[in-house]
Design a protein around this ligand. Structure first.
Ligand SMILES: [Zn+2]
Ligand SMILES: [Zn+2]
Length: 172
């Protein structure tokens, strides 16, 4: 797989009991396939440490605002969106395969942003509500799409992604 940010080959790295794809020695970005975040669970702290080290070993600077393509899906552009209600951290997500790309430093920022596990959980829940509202508003605005296209599967996958992120953020 190719790095969505600097086009180098991604390297599979074991972090805790999960495997993620990292731009090792490149831009230090991290790719999470759908569901990989879910697996962080109890080892989240160890996993996060491994990944933060990868970010620190980065040598290539990338433009955080440039368009990224999904390393898994052909011709699929990653959607840049705010992760938190305060709109301080942006993440890239593929709405097709639900994979997530974090640029270098984003993981550290996310982890430093919330002081307690309760704060994090609260922020994530608020963010989930906000995203759902935005998503529904966008669909309504599009007009051509039927509401039923916003089906249960989409909703479940999205919740699973947020749950995974909660795990990634770790425990105090
Ligand atoms: Zn890269
Ligand atoms: Zn994808």
């Amino acid at each position: 797989m190719q790095c969505p940010a600097c086009s180098r080959p991604l390297k599979e790295v074991t972090a805790g009991d999960i495997q993620v794809d990292v731009c090792h020695g490149g831009c230090g970005g991290i790719w999470f396939d759908d569901g990989e975040l879910d697996q962080f669970d109890e080892q989240s702290e160890i996993a996060a440490e491994v990944l933060l080290k990868e970010e620190n070993g980065a040598t290539v600077k990338t433009d955080g605002k440039s368009l990224r393509h999904c390393p898994r899906c052909e011709n699929e552009v990653l959607v840049r969106q705010f992760f938190d209600p305060k709109n301080q951290v942006e993440i890239n997500q593929c709405w097709k395969c639900c994979g997530i790309w974090l640029d270098r430093g984003e993981l550290a920022t996310i982890r430093s942003q919330f002081k307690t596990a309760t704060d994090r959980a609260k922020a994530i829940n608020e963010y989930a509500d906000q995203c759902m509202d935005q998503h529904l508003a966008a669909i309504k605005q599009a007009g051509k799409m039927e509401m039923r296209e916003y089906n249960k599967e989409t909703s479940t996958r999205f919740k699973s992604f947020l749950y995974g992120f909660k795990q990634l953020l770790g425990k105090e």
